[in-house]
Ligand binder design. Sequence first.
Ligand code: WT7
Length: 654
Amino acid sequence: MSETITSILEEHRSFEPPLGHSGSIASLDAYQALCAEFTEDSDASWGRLANKHLNWNKPFTEVLNRQHAPFFRWFEDGKLNLSENCLDRHIANGLGERNAIIWESEAGLVRHISYNALLADVCRAANAMSALGIEAGDRVIIYMPMIPEAAIAMLACSRIGAIHSVVFGAFSAQALRDRIEDTAARLIITADGGARRGAIHALKPNVDEALSKGCASIEHVLIVNHAGNNVDMRAGRDLDWHDALKAQPDQRPPLSVDSEHPLFILYTSGSTGKPKGILHSTAGYLLWARLTMLWTFDFRAESDVFWCTADVGWITGHTYSVYGPLACGGTTVMYEGVPTYPDPGRLWKLCADHAVTIFYTAPTAIRALIKAGDTWPEQHDLSKLRVLGTVGEPINPEAWMWYRDVIGQGRCPIVDTWWQTETGGHMITPLPFATATKPGSATLPLPGIDAAVVDEYGNEIKKGSGDGGLLVLRQPWPSMLRGIWGDDQRYIDTYWHKFNGSYYFAGDGARCDEDGYFWIMGRVDDVLNVSGHRLGTMEIESALVSHAGVAEAAVVGRPHDIKGEAICAFVTMKKTIDDSMATALAAELRAHVSKEIGAIAKPDDIRFADNLPKTRSGKIMRRLLRDIAAGRDIVSDTSTLEDQSVVQQLQQRR
Ligand code: WT7
């Protein structure tokens, strides 16, 4: 642990929250009062909030069932439907003509979709899925670009109780196949392609390739004709989305499901093995999606325009591009393209054009846009912005300051939100009108969230001691993962084993300062965070080793000023190679990883070696590799190294 948690950031700036506001939690006192309510009786507090914020078809009588811990069950005997809570409910309140989604394509095409129109399409899609035999509990893979149909497909699944699993559109055919096989999905919803940097990124060929081997569970593929790309249609299996929807009525009663009915599976990387299918269920997830919109962003559905730039392929896109804003009856912005197309002013132009009031993005995007220069944001009217958020990785104080000064013009509070795919929604974050912020700190846990920094034995580390430790959550919360799809034991081993079932272990290192503020210090396991994307080193190593010429591979991260971390692979080939072959071979290996996982997993550096540095017992010395990758002096102890000459060779070959 100590190797990862070394640098202690010294940061003393602090910014008071704007005053005179009547936000959802409008003062530190209000925050503390709410926290105290939870300390007093957390079940009663959660129960009160669940009754207040969700529409129930059958009310629950028990808030939390801990009997099968760590398989917790929330609001167990209640019944509801998620799409009804996100759509019908607001329409019944007279909001049918409000914009639910404002979508813009990379080319600049804009669509406004009202709640009425969204519900009609969701019903048609739900009917179309039923017509294909999809029933409650069946899994549906969604492999789409950032287009409204992705949200429609997700909501349509929830309307009939089907479980969606969104696969990020830039993942490879192989990654898609792994997810199809693990979920045993019956249906794939995809598109002919999506826009990326002015070109069309095709999706259907990947689906065809995935289905060419195994994947026997898939019966149908629905294809949204979006990009005007030619698509091979396999008779009997492939259907056009628009044709299928046109044939269906625009009404469909929502299926009332149990609170714990599975809502979605989303794959994320861990330190070992294949990505794990994180399972989320209905009521608790929806409650937290809605509450965190109100608390963290002070979201006001009647006047705010909310834009979270994340793709629906990630948890942030699930909770804050789709479910959170819609659960509140608000307006969410979706953008299909890349942030720097046609120029680095694109995000700021979108904010101005759609009068965005709350903007939520990743530090990596902020860092890239800082590099592009202040003239880009200066060209656009950002005066409507009132809250700015970041997520996905630690934000360096200088990027935080730029975000505050240049984008927020000193006026907008910054909310640095710490959470994970597994937590469903925010856990540690400032409240924009209650919490004083410090650049680089996610500040305090939300009410109801019992976060702590502990040592290896689970003892809390004294606040303000300056020592780092492990971040844990000591009480269950409604939007927590319900397990790993098909692998209960892995769920227990990964998250609960370390502290004997009593704490949830997040996998992050952190430190708590004298004010109780959390400073997240990054992963303590073999998980990399590349541009806010989570990647397992072992996954990349397996991809490399699956290349016929590779004997062994070790992957580590190294600091990168825009991506946060870059991927560095140390590779030994089965046959000896000379330097003249290295460049071509490295390119081949990078392409191979891209094919196995996706372009986001491509190593930035590949270094060939005759041997990897190992201890006498055969363990790869990753610490040493991290030093070499970063170009640092070797700080780790190399006395146990079997072959000392390896280090020199690795340092030379870069
Ligand atoms: C990991 C979770 C949560 C949605 C996006 C990523 C890192 C996340 C922060 C933050 C420092 C952060 C952690 C965490 N992380 N937010 N505000 N400050 N680190 O979700 O792919 O499940 O990754 O991202 O290391 O464990 P994810």
